[in-house]
Design a protein around this ligand. Structure first.
Ligand code: SF4
Ligand code: SF4
Ligand code: SF4
Length: 243
C-alpha cells in the first residue's frame, strides 16, 4: 500500500484512558504508523485540520449539545467511525449522571445540569465498536489491520461467562460475589473473574443477555440485586416493543 490511511483520534466526555492505553502499544504502534497517518489528534499533539478522514476513532460519551455537534461534524468527514471504549460504545461511567449521581451534576455548566449521557450511536452511525474500559489495545490493533486488509472486523459473539468457563475459573456467584459476566459481551478473556473480581460490565451488554436469569442467580446465592438490573430489564422490554 503506497498511500497512508488518514486517521483522526477524537475525545468527547472521556478520561482519555483509552488513548493512553493505545500509547502503551509502543513498537506495535510504530508498526501501525508505517501504514497510517494521524492527521488530527489532541492527545498525539496534532492540531485540528478538519480534513476528510478514512477512519475516525471517537472516545467518550455525549453529555451536552456541543458534543452532539462535534460527533456529527466528525461523522460527516469520515468514511469509517469507530466507537472507542465503554464511554463511546455505551455511555460508560458518565451514565452515573443519568441515575442522579449528584457529584457529576455539580460540574455541569449552568443550564446543562439535566442533559443526560448517551453513547455516540444515539446521534451518529457507528461502523465498529471497540468496547471495554479502557478499550482493549489488542483489539485496536486487530481492527486497524482488518481495515488495512479490507477485511471485516469480527466483534465477539459471546459473553464473559463463556471465556470464564473456558479458563475453568470457579464461579464467583457461587461464593456470593456479584458478577455481571453472564450479561456482558466477552473479548477481555474474563479478565476480572480470572483475578477474583466480579465483572462490572465494562464491555457492554451481551447480545443474548438474559437479565432474568442473572437476577435468579443472584437470588439463589443471596446476592443483593442492584436496582439497575431491574432498570435494564425494563429498558430492554421497552426496546423490544419498538422493534
Ligand atoms: S472507556 Fe474507560 S478508559 Fe476509556 S475514556 Fe471511558 S472511562 Fe476512560
Ligand atoms: S465468575 Fe462471573 S463470568 Fe465467571 S462463570 Fe461466574 S458469573 Fe460467569
Ligand atoms: S471482566 Fe467484565 S469488567 Fe472486567 S474487563 Fe472484562 S468485561 Fe470489563
Amino acid at each position: 500500500m503506497n498511500k497512508k490511511v488518514k486517521v483522526g483520534f477524537f475525545s468527547l466526555a472521556s478520561c482519555e484512558g483509552c488513548y493512553v492505553d493505545i500509547l502503551n502499544l509502543d513498537d506495535k504502534l510504530l508498526d501501525i504508523l508505517k501504514y497510517v497517518e494521524i492527521v488530527e489528534s489532541r492527545i498525539f499533539g496534532i492540531p485540528k485540520r478538519s480534513e476528510e478522514l478514512d477512519v475516525a476513532f471517537i472516545e467518550g460519551a455525549i453529555t451536552c449539545e456541543e458534543e452532539i455537534e462535534r460527533a456529527k461534524e466528525i461523522r460527516k468527514r469520515s468514511k469509517i467511525v469507530v466507537a472507542l471504549g465503554d464511554c463511546a460504545c455505551s455511555g460508560g461511567k458518565f451514565m452515573f449522571k443519568n441515575f442522579g449521581f449528584t457529584g457529576a451534576k455539580i460540574n455541569q455548566p449552568p443550564g446543562k445540569e439535566n442533559f443526560i449521557t448517551e453513547p455516540i450511536d444515539k446521534y451518529i452511525k457507528v461502523d465498529y465498536y471497540l468496547p471495554g474500559c479502557p478499550a482493549k489495545r489488542e483489539e485496536f490493533v486487530e481492527l486497524v489491520y482488518s481495515l488495512l486488509a479490507n477485511r471485516r472486523f469480527a466483534e465477539k459473539p459471546h459473553s464473559v461467562c463463556s471465556e470464564c468457563i473456558l479458563y475453568e475459573n470457579d464461579c464467583l456467584l457461587e461464593k456470593g460475589i456479584p458478577c455481571l459476566g453472564p450479561i456482558t459481551q466477552g473479548g477481555c478473556g474474563a479478565l476480572c473473574p480470572t483475578n477474583g473480581r466480579g465483572c462490572f460490565g465494562c464491555r457492554g451488554l451481551y447480545e443474548d443477555a438474559n437479565i432474568d436469569g442473572l437476577i435468579e442467580a443472584f437470588k439463589k446465592h443471596n446476592i443483593p440485586i442492584p436496582d439497575y438490573l431491574y432498570e435494564l430489564k425494563k429498558k430492554l422490554v421497552e426496546a423490544a416493543k419498538h422493534e
